[in-house]
Design a binder for this molecule. Structure first.
Ligand code: UD1
Length: 404
């Protein structure tokens, strides 16, 4: 083994062909996207080690936008993501503070590390801040999950996506609708590669482990602080799952209160409702005086943010999903869980029922939610798989970078 290693090291030293990729994560939805990409690099390097042409050196930067153990560290452990090489520890703040602080700190990282490529994923503030900083330093940027468009400029994520895509050198799209969006905006063909959905790589790699979890354990291990579960653990197909975190749903009292009333007065009469609560939503429940009311409802199971496998397991057994998360819309599509997307638009139209997916847009108008909720609870689970959502997207992402 020692001899092999020595030969390998000499080969690396003697070749100028080392490509340095620096990837960025910042918030929870980024972690499941970067995990398979890092694995693809490791596999590639292992494979190449025997007859080395080009080695990939990888540096992982965490901006620190999400910092709670349950919102960040837990995913690194669960998904076997190596510890970040650098954590910028940006934390919470206004969008301008998060963006500005990330750019200032990330510029120093780029000066020190001088990567050939910066890889950003998704649409969070880290995606925008780091892509702009890299471009200003003439470093090539690759955007994984490019081309998604909701058309809703009130969403910070839409602005993050638009700016990042406009300046990226390589745009890796999850579906052909996204590729068409980019072409329509004038992105030249040679910058676009349709690679599929990298989140589904993580879903496929973790399906069995998730399925083996027990619902009772998930509930008992994650009860929300101050909440005392007195109900009976539900069985598969007898419960609903909800996640809500968008400012458009939880920040305004006149929107959030009617949603909670609907859950308390209607959904929990039909099902046990399992709700892993995002910190923003919990803060708002308390601010609007709703926290005590949800605590009292015996059919509502209030959880802290749950882990990756736990969320997949909850999804696998749910009769219905209510969510404003983009990632969950996609996972519902592949797992087949009938889903109400609590938004007026989506950047992921491929997940909608009219396009073969499992979800329907219901916004936050209660009449509309009620109508679709009634229709949806009679639906059966119906998995579907858009083109190239095959668990091999990360390899294609790396290949696309190497080809350039
Ligand atoms: C961010 C992303 C959003 C993504 C979501 C997933 C942007 C613009 N938004 O929104 O696209 O869907 O992550 O969660 O990047 N907080 C904690 N602990 C944490 C992190 C946050 O308590 O570890 C609290 C803070 O009080 C903060 C609030 O949650 O004010 C919201 O966090 P923030 O990072 O601002 O945005 P998200 O709503 O999480």
């Amino acid at each position: 083994m020692g001899i092999i290693l020595k030969t390998w090291q000499i080969k690396i030293k003697s070749t100028p062909n080392t490509l340095k990729i620096l990837s960025v994560v910042g918030a929870r939805p980024n972690f499941m996207k970067i995990a398979p990409f890092i694995r693809a690099i490791e596999n590639y390097n292992r494979h190449q080690a025997s007859g080395i042409r080009l080695q990939v050196e990888h540096v992982l930067v965490h901006t620190g936008q999400h910092y709670d153990v349950r919102m960040s560290e837990a995913f690194f452990t669960e998904l076997n993501i190596p510890d970040p090489d650098i954590n910028l520890e940006i934390g919470s703040g206004s969008h301008a503070e998060q963006l500005g602080n990330t750019m200032i700190a990330f510029e120093k990282v780029l000066i020190e590390h001088k990567p050939d490529w910066v890889v950003v994923v998704g649409d969070v503030n880290a995606t925008l801040a780091c892509s702009v900083t890299a471009k200003r330093m003439n470093i090539k940027v690759c955007h994984i999950e490019a081309g998604l468009r909701s058309g809703d400029m009130s969403m910070p994520e839409e602005i993050n996506r638009l700016v990042t895509d406009r300046i990226s050198d390589l745009l890796l799209t999850p579906d052909t609708i996204s590729s068409a969006n980019l072409r329509r905006e004038g992105t030249p063909d040679h910058k676009i590669a349709f690679v599929g959905n990298i989140m589904i790589d993580t879903l496929e790699a973790n399906r069995e482990r998730a399925y083996a979890l027990k619902l009772g354990d998930i509930i008992n291990n994650n009860l929300s602080q101050g909440y005392n579960f007195r109900g009976i653990t539900p069985v598969d197909n007898s419960y609903a799952v909800m996640t809500l975190h968008r400012p458009s749903n939880v920040d305004e009292e006149q929107v959030f209160v009617p949603i909670i009333e609907f859950l308390l007065n209607e959904v929990t009469k039909d099902f046990t409702l399992i709700w892993p609560i995002h910190p923003r939503a919990k803060k708002q429940l308390m601010a609007f005086g709703l926290w005590e009311r949800v605590l009292e409802n015996k059919s509502m199971v209030l959880l802290e943010p749950v882990g990756y496998h736990e969320m997949q397991r909850l999804n696998m057994g749910a009769k219905i999903m209510l969510t404003d998360s983009g990632g969950l819309q996609e996972e519902c599509c592949v797992l087949g869980t009938p889903c109400l997307t609590m938004r007026w638009n989506t950047e992921r139209p491929v997940t909608l029922r009219e396009n073969g997916g499992a979800s329907v847009l219901v916004g936050n108008n209660i009449e509309r939610i009620r109508e679709e909720y009634r229709r949806t609870i009679s639906l059966e689970r119906k998995p579907s798989r858009p083109e190239l959502w095959d668990g091999k997207t990360a390899e294609r992402c790396l290949q696309a970078i190497l080809e350039r």
